[in-house]
Design a protein around this ligand. Structure first.
Ligand code: BG6
Length: 514
């Protein structure tokens, strides 16, 4: 993971750091090479890495899937994928050079023959130094099988200086027990240092920037605690409905899909203590500690502090959307939540008494991912014409997407002979300062896997601590406690009334998303 040089003013940089270097020789094996993830994200990301000259000269991509396909047909499909999904203009030369390194292996994931053939192919794969990244772009139910077969074929053995790494993506289990079971299974076969668990939120520049903002500035950290912060709101709202994922989503719901992973990443980066070093283990340990300090929810807490809701028909922009229960693949009587909001408390010295409110949902009025930090009000009313309760509270908003940036709201004197006060805002937009090449969000993650930097990846304890927090919610919902009833919101709205009530009870309100 490389952090850009600090910009002084739009366009001006100081102390430019040396650009990242090419990754070392390796092979990149994609299980599930005919799937969506491969064509929409992995191959476009590999292209961007190739165009930025970050891939090694000694590099091979082997796609593994069930369908019958020749090497040439696979290459041509991947060229097509690039035409459709590349994030910017595409150089024919780079595409030619990249896809020339692609080959295809037909095979069933549970058949040892597939792995024997893979082993031979890897042996023949030029000078990749025996280093290999196995990327599981597969449904999660085959993670265990593929890992087991790789291990039995000896493909996970690291010897004679070569490395072998396994990359997988959420969902890591569907609850605490299944997550632990998956970890046990994987850790029986390989070392933790060989496992790269991706949470794609950590590939977002603005998510990585939370740490830089906190720990590379002297300004914020002294205020970053219960003495100065009143509460924190973490929002991840989408306008997307469940699209063609109805069947998967109906068994998953917003809580499992978003909270223990993406929302807890944002929470952990906001709440963590400064790590001793900016290296994988210290960073991941501090993040795990922050999530472990979340106060466990009792069944009564779930009733009082967690809201779940499902969208009904509505209008987003000027487009009508059907109710969730009418979506293809969704049960007509589904009780699955497409929205969840909650209040969490973090029991440690830094955050005692500072509530963290989290919300996420689909088919809402706007797409917005942000962390809003509300500071305590000035302690007394110095200015008689503006009582302290009428002062705007200081608010720091970290905008993750869209319109990436940060803003700080504070009070200023409005012009005129009398002291009157109004809220104003200082705004930083990424796009004004940095020219970021369009990217898929996977480039840094893939590159980091290749160079063996696990800072942006989840360790087993990070995953388990997330599930430990949400497990009581899953349990209370499963037990069907009355107070944990599903509520409703119109598609395209701000969300359910119950979420507004959750904050109103504490004398607060959500920021508007629209
Ligand atoms: C995925 C979820 O992990 O994240 C999706 O499964 C969700 O349901 C997506 O839409 C959101 O990601 P992003 O990058 O669009 O905020």
């Amino acid at each position: 993971m490389d952090v850009a040089a600090p910009a002084l003013s739009p366009g001006a940089t100081a102390n430019p750091q040396s650009p990242p270097h090419r990754a070392g020789p390796c092979a990149f094996v994609i299980f599930g090479a005919s799937g969506d993830l491969t064509k929409r994200l992995l191959v476009p990301a590999l292209y961007n890495l190739a165009a930025a000259r970050l891939l090694p000269d000694e590099f091979a991509v082997i796609g593994v899937a069930r369908g019958e396909l020749t090497d040439d047909a696979f290459r041509s499909r991947m060229r097509e994928a690039l035409r459709e999904f590349a994030t910017g203009s595409v150089s024919t030369e780079v595409v030619r050079d990249l896809t020339a390194r692609f080959s295809y292996l037909r095979g069933d994931f549970d058949n040892p023959d597939t792995y024997r053939a893979l082993s031979e192919k890897l042996g023949a794969a030029m000078r990749t130094g025996g280093n290999c990244l196995f990327y599981l772009a597969t449904p999660p139910n085959v993670f265990g099988v593929v890992a087991q077969q790789l291990a039995e074929a000896g493909l996970l053995r690291e010897e004679e200086g070569r490395w072998r790494r396994l990359v997988l993506e959420k969902p890591f289990g569907t609850d605490l027990e299944s997550a632990r079971e998956l970890d046990r299974r994987l850790l029986d076969l390989m070392g933790e240092n060989q496992i790269y668990r991706i949470d794609h939120y950590l590939g977002k520049e603005t998510v990585q920037n939370i740490m830089v903002l906190r720990f590379a500035n002297g300004l914020f950290e002294p205020l970053w605690n219960r003495d100065h912060i009143e509460h924190v709101q973490i929002t991840v709202t989408e306008t997307l409905s469940v699209e063609n994922r109805g069947k998967f989503y109906d068994q998953t719901g917003a809580l499992r899909d978003m909270v223990p992973n993406h929302l807890f990443q944002l929470l952990a980066l906001t709440a963590m203590e400064p790590p001793a070093h900016f290296e994988a283990d210290p960073v991941r340990s501090e993040k795990a500690k922050a999530v472990q300090a979340i106060r466990p929810l009792t069944p009564d807490d779930v009733c009082a502090n967690v809201v779940r809701a499902q969208y009904r028909a509505g209008t987003i922009g000027n487009q009508r959307i059907r109710a969730y229960r009418e979506e293809p693949g969704v049960d007509r009587n589904s009780m699955t939540e497409t929205y969840v909001a909650m209040r969490l408390d973090i029991d440690n010295w830094r955050w005692a008494g500072v509530p963290f409110y989290l919300r996420t949902g689909k088919a809402l009025g706007a797409r917005r991912t942000e962390i809003a930090i509300r500071f305590k009000a000035a302690p007394f009313a110095l200015f008689r014409r503006t009582p302290v309760e009428r002062l705007a509270q200081n608010l720091l908003v970290l905008r993750i997407q869209p319109d990436e940036g940060a803003s700080l709201q504070f009070n200023a004197k409005t012009p005129g002979p009398e002291i009157c006060i109004g809220g104003v805002r200082m705004d930083f937009k990424y796009a004004d300062y940095f020219e970021a090449a369009p990217n898929t969000g996977y480039e840094t993650l893939i590159y980091d896997c290749m160079i063996g930097d696990a800072t942006l990846f989840q360790r087993a304890d990070n995953i388990e601590s997330g599930w430990r927090v949400v497990q009581p919610i899953l349990d209370a919902w499963r037990e069907g406690r009355d107070c944990a009833d599903l509520t409703w919101y119109a598609g395209g709205s701000e969300g359910p009334q119950a979420a507004e009530d959750l904050l109103a009870r504490d004398g607060r309100a959500w920021r508007k998303i629209g």
